[in-house]
Write a protein that binds this ligand. Sequence first.
Ligand code: T1G
Length: 705
Amino acid sequence: MTTVETSRSGPIAVIRFGEPPVNSLGAATRRGLADALNAAIADPEIRAIVLAGRNGLFSAGADIKEFGTPAMLAAPNLHEVIAVVEASPKPVVAAIEGTCLGGGLELALGANYRVAAQNAKLGLPEVKIGLLPGAGGTQRLPRLIGVENALNVILGGEPVPAKLFAGSPLLEALVPGDVVEAAVALALAKAVELAAGGRLPRARDRSAAGPLVEALLGFARTTARAGFANYPAPLKCIDAIEAAATQPFDEGLATERRLFTELMFTPVSRALRSAFFAERAAAKIADVPESTPVRPIASAAVIGAGTMGTGIAINFLNAGIPVYLLEVGQDALDKGVARIGDTYAGQVKKGRLKPADAEARGKLLRPTLSYDDIGGADIVIEAVFEDMAVKEKVFTTLDRVMKPGAILASNTSTLDVNRIAAVTKRPADVIGTHFFSPANIMKLLEVVRGSATAKDVLATTMRLARTLKKTAVVAGVCDGFIGNRMLEQYLRQALFMVDEGASPQQIDTAMEKFGFAMGPFRVSDLAGNDIGFHIRKRRAIEHPDVVYSKVADKLCELGRFGQKSGAGWYDYKPGDRTAYPSPVVDEMIAAYRLSIGVAQRRIDSAEIVDRLVYALVNEGAHILEEGIAQRASDIDIVYLTGYGFPVWRGGPMCYADEIGVYGVAQRMRALARNPYGDPAFWTPAPLIERLAAEGRAFNTAGARS
Ligand code: T1G
């Protein structure tokens, strides 16, 4: 199908454009649009023009996949197409339905008139990928809806229901029926008006100036500086909107173009564009096509009513899926039910949930002490103690009680899903669903594919993840899957640096300055230092060759498990989550350092960041080599959605690409020269060596400009 087709409705040319899935304005579409517009303008029988999208939407905007490639600059660019629309001597009406975003809306703003269907949503989301509307949106929108509204639309980046623009010069009419028919009727009427001496309205001929503009821009700048210090786009959006209010149109357009180009080549925009595609790529599984049939999930069961089990159950309740919550003791079950009730009560109190919705969700919860009750559920998720023997016992029971075709999932965070599957007679129905605490809040879901997991079970679980509004990433079976396996190396390096002289506060500060929401020691205090304590004990048995600092064990031997015990790496006060440096811990560390006799040295923030982030990158590269993760961008998504990696850096692998894999490898070799800790760990993974030698990146070239 060609991307642009012109049909006629009497003397009106109807130009439909775009190609699935979102009618993005790639080079072929831009060229087709310009040709069709020029032909309609030149045709003496055509009195007016209607622009319309296809497949129930107008357009998602410029083709982001083109960014950083020659196609992006292929003539005509979007500016040139919009200029043809704007210069038309014949009325041009944009017929908008469904999605109309970014360059798509900018194209519509170049028309003389716009009509929209009731379901239409208009927006300029460029700021969310580190850009600004670069095809006149910052100049035309303020002239049509005023600076204040334009600031909200452009800085918010969210789609806005078309009805909110009704009555403004932006929208001629909101139509209940066929939007193209309405646009044709309007075009004809406007052609008649024009022939009778009327004028064609153009956004560029209006003014965006006003008495409050300076104050509005000042407030917007203050807000942007405070809330988005690491994001250059918001401030440049404001600069461009200021140009709309203070410069002649064409000068403002040039200002916008300059600012857009500056943003296009910022690492932040590259990172945000990488994350945009990474999130969508994660849903794709190389050997499991979209067409794979899925099993119906109309009911669920969760085994274990602890923090994780209740969090998982809430996900199903929120999605309107009835869920059994099974515990072995009435007291534990009652506590779990109460925890769910408290969660909803808290949301109602904060006005985030209507009481009726909370009540409706509560009715879908089916607490039980008996496995006999849950056999009919379509999926059961085990969330019991992280111990293989306990899990094997649970799965032996599930194998006995669950109906044929039920999916048996484990919420294990590190254990071998293949071993769990092996205790059942239906290993093909077994899968890992690793939720992150708090399970009803954290977006990330690691879907662990066992060697026997059936493709439809995997496809069903991925579909369920979308239903539960989770970002699912497929992981293979290994200790720690993707996220926790990398985290272990991250924490190991942090502890080695404590041995050598860096304080927990210094390391946390360096990582929080890098952009992490919390540094490793504050995170450990939040999650519980005993988790790492158990893992190191298990590691000492399974892999005695793996070198660990003992300083964290010393902390746990003092009973300092973190916030839950009122003390960890830091001191805490009741009801206060502030992490206070602890003289007790300082003393323990000093004594420990003396006992191990490691030469103390000053470790600067640069080394802290390099050692912790490159530990993630090196382990991530091994994970890719072993096929545990399908692609580097999946690893980025795991760290962006589950571990607080700064979004504006795109994830560990994206960050390594930004630095340059060659430079990362060089730095790793330099870190390997430090004899303390585990120098061998810093041998760059073979994948890193290969990419460095070939001058390539972890993530696809398309996301990088
Ligand atoms: N360019 C290229 N591909 C796009 C795209 C775009 N603008 N938008 C979506 N896709 C792909 C996406 O990668 C996925 O591909 C498929 O479409 C379905 O997307 C000059 C410079 C429109 C609300 O930022 O918000 O205009 O995985 O899974 O949930 O000023 O996509 O199938 O291969 O998200 O129904 C500004 C971004 C561009 C809009 C649909 N526009 N897109 O959501 O589907 S910059 C945007 C979205 C610009 C101008 C500037 C959403 C959606 P694949 P999806 P969805």
